[in-house]
Design a protein around this ligand. Structure first.
Ligand code: G4P
Length: 533
């Protein structure tokens, strides 16, 4: 295949959801359709049920360095599909945000009983930063869920995106009979006993077809006709370009557990989801069919076995062809690197790849050269953009409990934060280290790993910090003066950018008002990113 055909052939995406909405179940059904697994129950949930560190460590250990579940590759509908896994626990949301920078589209799973939940909102904000195309799957229609129109309104309102139903539920919960496919004008009837791949389909001429009354009963048929009338009147027709531009989200209804409506969403996905597109760099866009290879690291997975301090860096290929045993340019380090054992993740087996194409994700064996966001090229000196750090929500000062192990602690915390486990800020004078996380569990994981992998003991001490704000200003002198005046609240991020550590929401507001020339950002990559509200 030519480079162009290789690109057209690929779909790289992630399934995202609030925990428990059905991401794992839907993933498993997709893999069954793609032939990547043969039996149900083969995909293990990455949920941390008890919310405990030991749970997290156990999940990480089971995955080990093989990370075969991190990227699932399968073929369906003639396309090569890369499904990137995201963590199931809220405290590791930052990892999910980063994974979203490596995909070309997402499928968002919503629980029809719960509607839009907190984590859904967050994830969608990140998708909107890059205009990532979104398909919505409203799941669990076999349960007594909310009214379908209400759910659509809520999606539009809370996620600030226009929606367009592609299928429509007939009844819900106990009265759920199936869905009407708005495009092929087909009825898909639900048989709760059937968990296999088939489901009953009926083609009808149009909604006046008497088959509708025969199959559904008169009341349900009348209701469906009324609903569809309303939909056609209220929602614009589906527009693939608007979807691919991230402006409109097609919505499907179904039940992942019962394998109902899953094939429809997968078929639509291979049909409408975009193949790898151009990517932003600090020197303009790079097209995927640029013959020169380029890619970036979006995830680093450590080997948790202290005897093997090796890591796997996940590389998303953005342009050209990646070849094994070829020297590539590590832009940040200005260093030539060559990879003898790049791996891909076909089904459950880890295999060495000879070549890879835009949209593919491969694992590179790493002895400490990589940080999240690093760019590899065939010689060019640009850096990929769009992997911002978000302000953490919790901040603690890292306290060394064993002065004999200062070096180990420094090295450990540097390596863990390079992996993206947390964010590290330093404050001068005194080289005070402040660790920022999204959830409490992350602090526990960090102290566990520092102790077990680096032999360093630490504690985390509460500090008065509410938000990390990166700053820009059209008035350099005003910014310099602010940094000098607020020296006690200024810290450095990992790239030595000054960051204002706002002690409280009130103080942040006050500083914003007092310093109208300075813009305070809650993401590190404000030039292209929309700030988190
Ligand atoms: P997640 O990855 O998004 O966290 O969700 P997951 O797929 O693990 O699903 C969460 C729970 O919801 C699971 O039940 C799963 O069986 C159930 N579920 C998924 N899809 C449907 C559906 O269409 N209808 C109904 N009624 N339930 C659904 P669990 O009891 O928490 O886990 P398990 O013991 O079944 O693994």
């Amino acid at each position: 295949m030519s480079l162009h055909e290789e690109i057209e052939h690929r779909r790289t995406f992630a399934i995202i959801s609030h925990p428990d909405a059905g991401k794992t179940t839907l993933t498993e059904k997709f893999l069954l359709y793609g032939g990547a697994i043969q039996t149900a129950g083969a995909v293990k949930s990455n949920k941390i049920r008890r919310g405990a560190t030991s749970d997290f460590m156990e999940i990480e250990r089971q995955r080990g360095i093989s990370v075969s579940t991190s990227v699932m590759t399968f073929t369906y509908g003639g396309k090569s599909i890369n499904l990137l896994d995201t963590p199931g626990h809220r405290d590791f949301a930052e990892d999910t945000y980063r994974t979203l920078t490596a995909v070309d589209s997402v499928i968002l799973v919503i629980d029809c009983v719960k509607g839009v939940e907190a984590q859904t909102k967050r994830l969608m904000e990140v998708c909107r930063m890059r205009n990532t195309p979104v398909i919505v799957f409203i799941n669990k229609l076999d349960l007594e869920g909310r009214d379908a129109f209400d759910l659509l309104d809520e999606l539009e309102e809370k996620l600030s995106i226009k929606v367009r139903p592609m299928s429509w539920p007939i009844g819900i919960g106990a009265t759920f009979q199936g869905v009407y496919d708005l495009f092929s004008k087909g009825l898909r009837l639900f048989d709760p006993g059937k968990t296999k791949v088939e489901q009953i389909s009926r083609r009808i001429q149009d909604l006046s077809d008497p088959l509708l009354d025969d199959e559904l009963g008169e009341d349900a048929a009348i209701q469906l006709r009324g609903d569809i009338d309303l939909i056609e009147g209220v929602y614009d027709p589906f527009d693939k370009n608007a979807y691919q531009a991230g402006q409109i989200a097609p919505v499907f209804f179904g039940s992942a557990f019962n394998n109902f409506g899953v094939k429809e969403v997968l078929d639509a996905f291979v049909d409408i989801a975009p193949s790898p597109g151009p990517r932003q760099t600090d020197q303009g866009e790079v097209e995927p069919d640029d013959p020169k290879f380029s890619g970036f690291i979006f995830k680093i997975h450590a080997n948790l076995d202290p005897n093997h301090r090796d890591r796997i860096a996940f590389l998303r290929i953005c342009s050209g062809q990646f070849k094994r045993n070829t020297y590539y340019h590590h832009v940040r380090l200005n260093k030539q690197l060559r990879f003898a054992t790049p791996t891909n993740f076909l089904a459950s087996a880890k295999t060495i790849v000879e070549e890879a194409w835009p949209g593919d994700v491969i694992g590179l064996f790493d002895t400490g050269n990589f940080k999240i966001g690093d760019t590899l090229t065939e010689g060019a000196n640009f850096q990929f953009r769009g992997i911002p750090a978000f302000s953490p929500e919790l901040f603690r000062e890292l306290v060394n409990l064993d002065p004999m192990k200062t070096k180990q602690l420094d090295k450990g915390i540097r390596q863990l934060t390079d992996e993206g486990v947390a964010q590290l800020f330093t404050q001068q004078p005194g080289n005070k280290k402040i660790v920022g996380c999204v959830g409490e569990l992350q602090f526990e994981v960090i102290s566990y790993r520092l102790e077990h992998e680096y032999g360093a003991k630490c504690a985390f001490q509460q500090i008065a910090a509410h938000m990390a704000c990166w700053m820009t200003s059209t008035d350099e002198a005003a910014l310099d003066q602010f940094i000098r005046m607020k020296a006690q609240q200024i810290v450095q991020d990992k790239d030595d950018n000054p960051v204002f550590m706002a002690p409280s929401a009130y103080m942040l507001d006050l500083e914003k008002r007092n310093n109208p020339d300075i813009t305070f950002h809650t993401t590190s990559e404000f030039k292209t990113a929309v700030d988190r509200p």
